[in-house]
Design a protein around this ligand. Structure first.
Ligand SMILES: NC(=O)c1ccc[n+]([C@@H]2O[C@H](COP(=O)([O-])OP(=O)(O)OC[C@H]3O[C@@H](n4cnc5c(N)ncnc54)[C@H](O)[C@@H]3O)[C@@H](O)[C@H]2O)c1
Length: 346
């Protein structure tokens, strides 16, 4: 193990945004691997009930002093940074907020890590850093492809990556940015799952529509240049994502290294294929209507995951679409957690 890697058992890992969807699944994976996940979250979009595998600190990601004190108080050895605002449409309406939380918050986190002497970071980045530069159906996106975000959300994530890379060069921090494609599914235990408000992601919306709990599903455009005319996306199981974070934490990288890696299933699935998978799992049709294309929606976003394999030794293990949908359905269908009941404010 090089000096940049953290030393496994019982080491405390600060998980910012750990009360949210991907953060909670990663906290569980960390605990199963012997780490102590310390969740830091302001609960603006996350849930106290989703913090189950270690201590909880309520705080804002822009509060450098509170971050420093959480790091010192829990002897934090590394940070995984999920906290942020995530809705693309909201970023168009409120760009200042996105720069403040996603970029300003990352700046505060980096300053606190430096002050507290925490040497290692894994950062939630996104396929949105690539924008929509003319890709054909199913053509894979690699890390060195052009970065051209098509929303303020994507801009702030790319800016976050660049700020982190500069800190690595200047201050010897070791960091990995994971560019997720479409996070989906839920832990098979049914204890944690996807809970966004508003929910904009296809699988939970299709499940809700199929269960009769949501509106009929809108298919945004069926005239794309793809095999069935609907958009192709890369759906990766949230537990595969969680495993990628643990692998990134443990990757053999020296001080000052900064790496970025795509995390996806490496396969494009159309909106119609996803609806068919939900219908198979539910055993009934999903009511849907075709609407117009959404501004800035690229026809195809599919990850080339070669770098994640080579750098992290990671590959998807449970991202088969039927399995993703089954796990999502188990979570969504619980009476106590059904849509509308599940989203409880703290
Ligand atoms: N869900 C996806 O498909 C996807 C894809 C690519 C990237 N990402 C990135 O992954 C990360 C996690 O996404 P998610 O889907 O789990 O979202 P989420 O909304 O469930 O989780 C985000 C968490 O951050 C917290 N948070 C927000 N603002 C905060 C602040 N100012 N201070 C402290 N905590 C704050 C929220 O309370 C929430 O618990 C985000 O950074 C997102 O941009 C998600």
């Amino acid at each position: 193990m090089t000096s940049g890697a953290i030393d496994g058992s019982r080491a405390a890992v600060l998980v910012t945004g750990g009360a949210g969807y991907i953060g909670a699944h990663t906290a569980k994976a960390l605990a199963e691997r012997g780490y102590r996940p310390v969740v830091y979250d302001d609960l603006s979009a996350g849930f106290r009930e989703a913090v189950r595998w270690g201590p909880f600190v309520r705080g804002d990601i822009r509060d450098e002093a509170a971050l420093r004190s959480a790091m010192a108080g829990h002897a934090v050895a590394a940070v995984i940074h999920f906290a942020g605002v995530i809705e693309v449409a909201r970023s168009v309406a409120e760009p200042g907020l996105f720069w403040d939380i996603n970029v300003g918050g990352t700046g505060a986190l980096l300053a606190a890590m430096r002050a507290a002497g925490v040497p290692r970071l894994v950062f939630s980045s996104t396929a949105a850093v690539y924008g929509q530069a003319g890709r054909g159906a199913g053509e894979m996106i690699a890390e060195d492809d052009e970065k051209a975000p098509s929303s303020p959300y994507g801009d702030t994530k790319l800016a976050g990556e660049r700020m982190i890379a500069a800190h690595c060069r200047a201050h010897g921090l070791t960091a990995v940015a994971l560019r997720y494609f479409n996070a989906s599914g839920a832990d098979p235990s049914g204890v944690i799952g996807e809970a966004h408000e508003p929910e904009t992601h296809l699988i939970p919306l299709a499940v809700a529509a199929g269960l009769g709990e949501g509106r009929p599903l809108t298919v945004y455009g069926d005239d794309f240049d793809t095999p069935d005319g609907t958009c192709l996306r890369d759906y990766v199981h949230v537990n595969d994502l969680a495993a990628a974070h643990v692998a990134a934490l443990e990757a053999d990288l020296g001080p000052g290294a900064f790496e970025a890696a795509n995390i996806g299933a490496g396969q494009g699935r159309s909106v119609r294929e996803v609806i068919a998978a939900v219908e198979r799992a539910l055993g009934r049709p999903v009511p849907c209507a075709v609407g117009g294309r959404r501004a800035g929606d690229p026809p195809s976003l599919v990850a080339d995951t070669g770098r994640a394999r080579a750098l992290l030794g990671w590959e998807p293990a449970c991202s088969d679409l039927d399995r993703i949908v089954r796990d999502a359905l188990r979570w969504e269908a619980q009476p106590a957690y059904g849509l509308g009941h599940r989203v409880r404010r703290n």
